[in-house]
Design a protein around this ligand. Structure first.
Ligand SMILES: N[C@@H](CCC(=O)N[C@@H](CS)C(=O)NCC(=O)O)C(=O)O
Length: 189
């Protein structure tokens, strides 16, 4: 039994996407930052850091987006969200998700100019690849959520948008855009 504590648009969105991509049933527990619900004793008893996402696996809490995505992908290999047979690709996925959590995630709070520089670095690292690895994975889900939030909350001028958030990017999830072997395309922004 899975229970997801989430707040719309926050880091928990990546886990929410993965649960839907895999097609897993889960109990959804929305929390409101505005109402201070992540600071309420009942939630702090589950996650003392008061952060979302928090996933309960049969009542046991798992925190950190990267760890939850990893758990879901490994638990459900049929969804092909993890490069099971390639240790170097696995290391690249860990590298990206560490970078996303430690560098991209905090950048948004430090203002538009700083965020633009940091996100441009991520864009450069991605290069012209449609996916973080050679095919779609949980690292793409993690990265998508950050670029989506960056675009929607800081409203960078259109000309300054890093590549992955430019709607005109030919592989940005449009029908006929880049697809993985299972036919999934990069999400449209
Ligand atoms: N490193 C954590 C960050 C989680 C995090 O900071 N979540 C934010 C929302 S994006 C949160 O719950 N903030 C609530 C608070 O700080 O009160 C992860 O990747 O899951």
């Amino acid at each position: 039994m899975l229970t997801l504590y989430f707040a719309p648009g926050s880091s928990s969105m990546a886990v929410h996407i993965a649960l839907h991509e895999i097609g897993l049933p889960f109990e959804a527990r929305p929390l409101s930052f505005a109402k201070g619900e992540t600071r309420e004793p009942a939630f702090l008893a589950i996650n003392p850091q008061g952060k979302v996402p928090t996933l309960l696996i049969d009542g046991r809490p798992l925190t950190e987006t990267a760890a939850i995505l990893y758990y879901l992908a490994r638990r459900h290999p049929e969804a092909a969200l993890w490069p099971d047979d390639d240790i170097e690709a696995q290391a690249q996925a860990v590298s990206w998700m560490s970078y996303i959590a430690s560098t991209l995630h905090p950048a948004r709070r430090l203002g538009l100019q700083h965020a633009l520089e940091v996100y441009a670095g991520a864009d450069q690292r991605l290069g012209e690849q449609p996916w973080v690895l050679s095919r779609y994975s949980i690292a793409d889900i993690h990265l998508f959520r950050l670029f989506w939030r960056f675009s929607g909350s800081l409203h960078p001028p259109r000309g300054d948008l890093p590549q992955p958030v430019r709607p005109s990017r030919p592989d940005a999830g449009a029908p006929g855009g880049a697809k993985d072997p299972a036919g999934r395309s990069r999400p449209r922004l």
